[in-house]
Design a protein around this ligand. Structure first.
Ligand code: C2E
Ligand code: CA
Ligand code: CA
Length: 341
């Protein structure tokens, strides 16, 4: 609604709510309202609505009704996001994005064995310092800019893997993150294949992490894409399993190689027997389907031991290491190559 200024917007909201509740079977409808008041007349009407929507999205959804205002803090966040959107092209040109690597350890045997690494991007912004992907990835996912950034990361990550293969004599599979939007890009397989070939690696030596929520969007299309990628030789991991609305029967329909259990499960396995049982169940179901399992967000020895006893194949998390810049990660490879000799 675009309403002329009328002093008290709380009372306007209450009467709106009363009217809504009078509708047939509307007693239990939850209403959230976002307000952009003191309108800056220099900005367009759609932008004014965007600001109201931003406020609305910040309103708590667990209450029956809630009213939120676009405020100074939201304005700051908006200005910050606009800056990041403006800066991305220059940042790509100037290589401000840094690819870090977090090790993945197989825990089936007597000693944990380094068996992979996940490539995770960071932005070394000249003004804001290190910016975490948790801030800019969701922003770029809304604008399709993620397509550009992902390709940059894939190239960097795969070229680094090749460099390590030459230096240490073995290929450590690197996982790259594939955004939901990438899955719908025609030519995804060709693109990935050409990066792999340019670097003289095999597709088997590259893992693709696709977030669970992408699988629920349009399952027929994603099954198609994943099947083609696996036919080419890539290993596909279902990322963040259990964070969204996944169901175990989705596993049966999805042609994947690795199931990556979300950190929300791992967090409470030591003190919540139900979570532990759920993790065990998921590991068993995955194994029945010849899918291997990795748990992410493992922070303590107890969590790692419990996961090993539950049959989990591999772990990733701060217990072993946080994501590292490539120079530091090379130290782990050196140790691993000495242990293999
Ligand atoms: P993700 O793919 O689920 O990556 C795992 C995140 O968990 C990483 O956060 C990692 O640093 C963090 N993490 C690892 N071990 C632990 C632990 O023991 N405890 C806790 N609390 N956290 C741990 P990060 O690097 O901030 O990345 C956040 C998300 O941003 C990623 O979640 C991924 O969805 C996205 N992302 C990162 N790099 C890329 C990229 O190159 N492309 C795309 N499309 N997304 C990316
Ligand atoms: Ca991931
Ligand atoms: Ca994940």
């Amino acid at each position: 609604m675009y309403i002329e200024h009328q002093g008290n917007c709380e009372s306007c909201f209450s009467s709106l709510l009363e009217n809504i509740k009078r509708g047939p079977s509307c007693e239990r409808v939850a209403v959230r309202v976002g307000v952009y008041s003191h309108v800056d007349k220099n900005i367009s009407v759609p932008q004014r609505f965007d600001r109201a929507l931003m406020a609305c999205n910040s309103a708590r959804s667990d209450l029956v009704s809630n009213l939120a205002f676009y405020d100074g803090k939201m304005h700051e966040a908006e200005v910050f996001n606009d800056r990041l959107l403006e800066d991305i092209d220059r940042a790509l040109e100037q290589k401000q994005f840094k690819v870090y690597f977090q090790p993945k350890y197989e825990i089936r045997g007597d000693r944990p064995v380094l068996h992979g690494a996940e490539a995770l991007v960071r932005w070394k912004h000249p003004e804001f310092g290190m910016v975490s992907p948790g801030i800019f990835v969701p922003l770029f996912e809304k604008n399709a800019l993620i397509l550009k950034l992902d390709r940059y990361v894939w190239r960097e990550a795969i070229a680094t893997e090749k460099k390590w293969k030459d230096e240490f004599g073995f290929a450590l599979p690197v996982s790259i993150n594939i955004s939901r939007m990438d899955v719908y890009e025609a030519g995804l397989e060709k693109e990935l294949m050409s990066i792999v070939r340019e670097n003289d690696l095999l597709p088997e030596e590259v893992h693709l992490e696709i977030t669970e929520s992408a699988y629920t969007d349009d399952s027929t299309q994603i099954v198609d894409v994943v099947e083609r990628l696996r036919k080419d030789g890539f290993k596909v991991e279902m990322d963040d399993f259990g964070a969204g609305y996944s169901s175990l029967n989705m596993l049966a329909a999805m042609p994947i190689d690795v199931l990556k259990l979300d950190m929300c499960f791992v967090r409470h396995i030591c003190d919540n027997p139900k979570d532990l049982r759920l993790v065990k169940l998921m590991i068993d179901v995955a194994h029945d389907m010849a899918i291997t399992t990795i748990a992410e967000g493992v922070e303590t020895k107890d969590q790692c031991d419990l996961l090993r006893r539950s049959g989990c194949d591999a772990v990733q998390g701060y217990y072993f290491s946080k994501p590292l810049p490539p120079e530091e990660f090379a130290g782990l490879l050196e140790k691993e190559s000495a242990a293999r000799r």
